[in-house]
Write a protein of this length. Structure first.
Length: 276
């Protein structure tokens, strides 16, 4: 179900017909989630068609934060093989019961420096790097894992050389918050710094815009992230930063139209979170 960009992750490019055929085969206990997935895939297909793009070029990352291991397994069995978690500690509590799944696990939330080593043992990709300090900590920790010979305890990387950690840089798209994300002005220096780190594989940019009820209002923020990437390509040369991770349940169609290669979808797949 999940699209591959150039990293060799599972392909969704086989088409929505095959995807829906797989969905029909899942057990009745998974019917609601399978129906949600089918609807999301249809939305991806329509948005890609409007933008003149192939649906298979879009990677679907299921945001599984606050959802149980059983729910994650159901969605995996329906065909989704890439999942995003916000917190190291929460994923740590679910990881053991899902270790048999051949899935790719993304850390999409802010990573505290004191949890870097644990994150490397739990995730295949860190999608929220926002400072040189954090990047250098990841570099030292990844180098340590490789030097100590502990690489064999990790899943063979879905993206190329297992000795390198796939990372995305989080760009601050919401001007009203300073919680996380690198500023536009600091982004070029961060890109250059990460490109020099031999144990990190810089794949692209991630951004979270402000929330608008009218999803169309978020378009300028997605376009801005793509334009930042394009400017960096002019400055630094080549086809760097192929991945643009942007768009969530209510606005991912707009993100696809503006060039997203990865979308992070939670509610549209798992349903509304139950309130305590």
């Amino acid at each position: 179900m999940c699209a591959a960009s150039s990293q060799g992750s599972p392909e969704w490019a086989e088409g929505s017909a095959k995807a829906r055929a797989r969905i029909r085969a899942v057990s009745s206990t998974s019917n609601e989630m399978a129906e949600n997935l089918a609807h999301v895939l249809e939305r991806i297909e329509r948005a890609a068609s409007r933008a003149g793009r192939r649906p298979g070029d879009i990677t679907l990352v299921a945001v599984s934060k606050t959802h149980s291991a059983a729910q994650i397994r159901e969605l995996y069995e329906a065909g989704v093989h890439q999942f995003g978690e916000n917190r190291v500690q929460e994923w740590e509590s679910k990881h053991a019961s899902l270790a048999d799944l051949d899935a790719t696990w993304h850390l999409i939330g802010h990573l505290q420096s004191n949890k870097v080593a644990r994150a490397l043992q739990l995730f295949h990709t860190i999608d929220s790097v926002d400072s040189i300090v954090l990047a250098e900590r990841l570099e030292r920790a990844k180098k340590g894992f490789t030097t100590d010979g502990t690489e064999g305890t990790e899943k063979s990387g879905s993206w190329g050389d297992a000795a390198r950690l796939r990372v995305l840089l989080e760009v601050r798209l919401d001007p009203t918050t300073t919680k996380s994300g690198v500023s536009d002005a600091e982004l070029p220096l961060l890109v250059e710094a990460v490109l020099r780190l031999p144990h990190l594989e810089l794949r692209g940019l991630m951004g979270v815009p402000p929330y608008f009820e009218d999803a169309e209002k978020v378009r300028p923020y997605f376009r801005h992230l793509r334009e930042l990437r394009d400017e960096l390509r002019v400055q630094l040369g080549g086809e760097i930063l192929p991945v643009l991770s942007m768009g969530m349940s209510h606005d991912f169609e707009i993100a696809i139209e503006e060039g997203a290669t990865e979308i992070r979808v939670g509610t549209a797949l798992f349903g509304e979170r139950k309130k305590n």
